[in-house]
Design a protein around this ligand. Structure first.
Ligand code: BV8
Length: 238
């Protein structure tokens, strides 16, 4: 393998599946139980904020009970031991990458353990249930507090920083994502344009599998630690 200075890693719900958190598009996934237009769009929130709060309150409680798995730990090890630059861009709204020790991390779809006030824009850590009666600690207003997550039709966070990282990537790894949701699903094309080697680590081939130079299929807790050891091992032999 050539010199791999800059590594960009995109993660999705499949990475947290073995920590007990539901994915979206698997047979028993979240979108099999909820209509995303009702619970993950600004229109759905405006129509029925109580239903959206219920949806996210239940997921927040699940997230607070979850712990990082061997795949999260392996990615934190890679960041600590790799001589070059490692950036994780996660679509996940859980905090398991941080809990595993990852630091160089972008939550492009937001974080469920944060809330933001639609009235004054203030964002804060928030681990309790939210409701329309929750008052904003900054402006005191009620009725405006929402989970700090990016809904369909909303602009994902830190896109400029992500595109800059993709433009200089030597290696792009996509882990546990079905490649259905844009703009994240388009990152592999940007990485290819930058001349990066592209790898998909996923339970099964994703929608975008054909774009990747290399793929390893299997559960994240098996394939991710093995791939990280291969990368770190390569460093010693290069
Ligand atoms: C936007 C909210 C524009 C938080 C989510 C083209 C370009 C740009 C936009 C679009 C476009 N075409 C369509 C759009 C609109 C839309 C979109 O992509 N729609 C799709 C459905 C067609 N995109 C948007 O609206 C985005 N915004 O583009 O804004 C804009 C421009 C200017 C100004 C304003 C706006 C916003 C997208 C973000 C939406 N929010 N979530 C939450 O509730 O979580 S999306 C939701 O899907 C989650 O965030 C999730 O992370 C994301 C992706 O899902 P995955 O993570 O991939 O999960 P999934 O279940 O699908 O797959 C899991 C995979 O893991 C599977 O492959 C499975 O095999 C694998 N797996 C399972 N178990 C394991 C495993 N792998 C390994 N080990 C295991 N054990």
């Amino acid at each position: 393998m050539t010199k791999l200075d800059s590594i960009v890693i995109l993660t999705g719900a499949g990475l947290s599946a073995e920590s007990g958190l539901a994915t979206f598009r698997d047979a028993d996934g979240i979108w099999a139980k909820y209509d995303y237009r009702e619970v993950a769009t600004p229109e759905g929130y405006a129509r029925n904020p109580g239903r959206v709060h219920e949806f996210y309150n239940s997921r927040r409680r699940d997230i607070l009970k979850a712990t990082p798995n061997a795949a999260h730990m392996a990615l934190a090890r890679l960041e600590q031991q790799h001589q070059g630059h490692v950036l994780i861009v996660t679509q996940n709204i859980d905090h398991l990458h941080e809990a595993a020790g990852s630091r160089n991390l972008i939550h492009m779809h937001g974080e469920l353990l944060k809330a933001k006030c639609s009235r004054c824009g203030t964002r804060c850590d928030y681990r309790e249930d939210l409701s329309v009666a929750t008052a904003c600690a900054a402006c005191g207003e009620t009725g405006g507090m929402r989970p700090d997550v990016v809904w369909f039709g909303e602009m994902p966070y830190q896109m400029q920083r992500i595109h800059e990282a993709l433009a200089t990537a030597d290696l792009f790894i996509s882990i546990g994502t079905s490649g259905n949701v844009y703009p994240a699903a388009g990152f592999v094309a940007s990485a290819i344009e930058a001349g990066a080697h592209t790898v998909e680590l996923n339970l099964e081939p994703s929608e975008g599998a054909s774009h990747f130079a290399e793929a390893v299929n299997g559960p994240a807790t098996l394939v991710v630690p093995a791939f990280v050891e291969r990368l770190l091992g390569t460093r010693h032999t290069a």
